[in-house]
Design a binder for this molecule. Structure first.
Ligand SMILES: Cc1cc2nc3c(=O)[nH]c(=O)nc-3n(C[C@H](O)[C@H](O)[C@H](O)COP(=O)(O)O)c2cc1C
Length: 369
């Protein structure tokens, strides 16, 4: 299978050029990362919500079950997001739009926290100490000394770009490979040079532009959920693909069944971009929370994520899909299955992707268009 032999798979010793997209906010899972890495792809764990000890625990759990390469992922802080503070009146102003939802779900109003997110410096130390095969990141470029340390430790760095300019900036900083992220993708828009709302390029246009802009391997992300998408991305110049939504729907992911059912059902045909859940623009299934909160004032990241996180457990426990974040990319309708079917296993999904890519590429070569 010649398509599996790319600079990306060679560098990492992977059987297939398929990366399981990392998920933040507790939606990654050791089981999922292990299943994908053992299956010959690159399993990932999104660790931006974890402190140093949490990252160490995850790495220990993954290494106990696979010796294959895996990827740890962090979010780069920006505009003071790592040290966001608020006085009592600012906190009250941020909380006010969410108050009716706390009351509706019967959740006590939160007190201001000591911090809104774990310390980035502590996270970086834990990632470097863990020495994963791959360190991937979004929302910016790590400091030069961090990238230098990754090179010394033989950690492959993987940065996300939503424009050719971002890809060039990452490559110029010495990042080893670029995830070209089209606006179809589920979860956050990972732009960092311009406001996310201003750069909504789709993958079909973005991937070849990024492939032309940089000399390092390109990983296509956004809108890919089957072998046709993988074949298309490779044809456009990508050396691998990163699939998020498709793996999120698998039974091993860290999300809950109501979310999985939504991803695999008709609701997933209607996604939108919103800042309502985290303060940063992200794609999910349109619902009441997105429409109502998205229309009003929203606290900055990461405060909004912390505040809506206080509602999350109650919304999940009460099966209130109208008030949950239902992150989802535009590819989800490609995954549809009957409600009676079991959720797919990640290893089976990976094998299906490989077989479909083979079929798509051989059809392309053996038949006139
Ligand atoms: C629920 C969810 C959470 C995500 N969290 C992260 C994250 O923390 N870090 C990251 O680099 N990418 C994150 N992503 C993006 C994925 O890793 C991947 O690039 C994207 O989902 C690919 O597009 P697709 O959803 O169309 O497959 C997330 C995606 C989803 C759906």
């Amino acid at each position: 299978m010649a398509w599996t032999d790319t600079p990306f798979t060679r560098r990492l010793g992977l059987r297939f050029p398929i990366v399981q997209g990392p998920f933040g906010g507790g939606l990654s899972a050791v089981d999922l990362a292990v299943a994908v890495s053992e299956g010959g792809g690159l399993g990932s764990f999104g660790a931006h919500h974890l402190d140093g000890a949490g990252i160490r625990d995850v790495v220990t759990a993954i290494r106990a079950r696979t010796a294959r390469p895996f990827n740890l992922n962090l979010w780069i802080p920006f505009d003071g997001s790592d040290a966001l503070t608020a006085d009592a009146s600012t906190f009250a102003r941020w909380l006010a739009p969410l108050k009716p939802y706390f009351e509706e779900l019967g959740v006590a109003l939160p007190e201001p926290p000591a911090r809104y997110s774990p310390r980035y410096a502590e996270q970086i130390d834990a990632v470097l100490a863990a020495r994963p095969a791959v360190f991937s990141f979004v929302f910016g470029i790590p400091a030069a000394d961090v990238l230098a340390r990754c090179r010394e430790l033989d950690i492959v760095t993987l940065g996300a770009a939503t424009t050719p300019a971002e890809a060039r900036a990452l490559a110029a900083a010495g990042v080893d490979a670029i995830v070209a992220t089209g606006f179809e993708a589920g979860g956050h828009r990972v732009s960092f040079l311009r406001p996310a709302e201003q750069v909504l390029t789709g993958g079909l246009a973005l991937v070849p532009q990024v492939a032309d802009a940089v000399d390092v391997p390109v990983v296509a992300a956004g809108g890919i959920a089957d072998g046709r998408g993988i074949a298309a991305a490779l044809t456009l110049g990508a050396h691998a693909v990163q699939i998020g939504t498709g793996f999120l729907a698998c039974r091993e992911s860290g999300t809950h069944d109501a979310h999985r059912r939504a991803l695999l059902g008709p609701a997933a045909e209607d996604t939108g971009l919103t800042r309502a859940f985290s303060g940063r623009l992200a794609r999910g299934i349109r619902n009441r929370f997105m429409d109502e909160i998205g229309a009003g004032p929203i606290a900055p990241y990461p405060a909004q994520g912390w505040l809506s996180g206080r509602l999350r457990a109650a919304a999940i426990a009460q099966q209130r899909t109208d008030l949950m974040s239902l992150w989802c990319g535009q590819s989800a309708p490609l995954l549809q299955q009957a409600a009676s079917e079991a959720f797919p296993a990640a290893g089976d999904y990976l094998q299906r992707l490989v077989a479909e890519t083979d079929a798509a590429l051989s059809r392309f070569h053996s038949r006139p268009l």
